[in-house]
Write a protein that binds this ligand. Structure first.
Ligand code: KG4
Ligand code: ZN
Length: 358
């Protein structure tokens, strides 16, 4: 079984072809550089760039896979949530291919792509506990099966990646901020400044990063003669230290709330054995190490996608599409892309998910 997947929900135009033996036959990712000057993704520019490049990305992927399109069994596309202009481009391309080739179309929730991605590279069994941390989302979920999610906690304000991006922007480190913060933090002193751990005492699995971001802002402003962010003059070593303290605080929040989630998971599913992290922030080695330690302490097995497949890519969409297709979950060609699409509304037959069973 061979599935082609397309991703275009943010600023990566990507495509991949995978098979049921967990082999990646080919994949291509184009990270749009057009947004760097703006310090964040500009939806209109993203949509236009997807449109310009989607055909060549699909073509390049098929070429790498060294197969003919007729050999593909289903066409999947990230169909939401995301920037709708971009999502529409990927979905239309997938539907056109499905129609021309007379193959089924599979609408994949972008978050499900992140959620299932680790199963491609690791032996992760359902049910498992998942920390999904990306630029737009931050959730702790139990993944019971394809399309079956139970959300234990979520951020009540910023997503983790968003916090990394905003802190990086305040420090003038560019976009996306996560990789730059990680790099600077690696040579910083994480105990130099004491930063808050918002919501950490609340008896639930929810998270909050807005207070942490504000604390960093105040710290940066303290380096400014007139108290404004723009005039802050921070020595390079201090930037490293701020990055390290922020990364430490953010990771600490995630680890502490995950501890709570692990007890709930174990109570509900005593046989569950996997702790998985996914999404762009899962590319962060410091976080991966902290979660590896947490898994060890709590006798779980830690897994994460390879770093290059943590940020948006076509492989995760093709793989989630394949898992859906294997179960017979395909979609009609009139499926409407969804700018908002909570993962726990992703059940194959849930209202609005547009799923049909083959
Ligand atoms: O999953 P993703 O590519 O896009 C969304 O679905 O949002 O995640 C992008 C996010 C950005 O906020 C980026 O700063 C963050 O992932 N990120 C990182 C790292 N690499 C990417 N955050 C922390 N450390 C990293 N190494
Ligand atoms: Zn993503």
């Amino acid at each position: 079984m061979i599935v082609l997947g397309i991703e275009s929900s943010c600023d990566e135009t990507a495509c991949a072809i995978v098979n049921e033996k967990r082999q990646i036959l080919g994949h291509s990712v184009l990270s749009q550089q057009e947004h760097i000057a703006f310090g964040g993704v500009v939806p209109e520019i993203a949509a236009r760039a997807h449109l310009e490049h989607i055909d060549e990305i699909i073509e390049a992927t098929v070429k790498k896979a060294n197969i003919s399109l007729e050999e593909v069994d289903a066409i999947a596309a990230a169909s939401g949530p995301g920037l709708i202009g971009g999502v529409v481009v990927g979905v239309m391309a997938a539907k056109a291919l499905a129609l021309a080739l007379n193959k089924p179309f599979v609408a994949v929730n972008h978050l499900e792509g992140h959620a299932l991605c680790a199963r491609l590279s690791n032996d992760v069994q359902y049910p498992y506990l998942l920390l999904l941390v990306s630029g737009g989302h931050c959730q702790i979920l139990i993944v019971k099966d394809v399309g079956e999610y139970e959300r234990l906690g979520t951020t009540i304000d910023d997503a983790a990646g968003e916090a990394f991006d905003k802190v990086a922007k305040m420090l003038g480190l560019g976009y996306p901020g996560g990789p730059m913060i990680e790099k600077r933090a690696a040579v910083g002193n994480e105990t130099r400044f004491s930063l808050p751990r918002p919501l950490i005492g609340s008896p639930d699995c929810n998270l909050s990063f807005s207070g942490l971001k504000t604390a960093v802002r105040k710290l940066i402003e303290s380096y400014s003669p007139d108290g404004t962010l723009e005039h802050a003059n921070i020595p390079s070593q201090d930037i490293d230290d701020i990055c390290a303290c922020f990364q430490y605080a953010a990771t600490d929040c995630l680890v502490r709330k995950l501890k709570r989630a692990i007890s709930i998971f174990k109570q509900k599913y005593p046989l569950g054995k996997d702790l998985v992290v996914s999404g762009g922030v899962a590319a962060n080695t410091y976080l991966r190490t902290a979660l590896q330690n947490l898994a060890q302490q709590t006798e779980l097995i830690f897994s994460a996608p390879p770093i290059r497949f943590c940020t948006d890519n076509g492989v995760m969409i093709a793989w989630a599409g394949l898992e859906r297709f294997e179960k017979g979950y395909i979609n009609e060609l009139d499926f409407k892309p969804r700018p908002r699409w909570p993962l726990d509304e992703n059940a194959p037959k849930a209202a609005g998910a547009g799923g049909v069973k083959a």
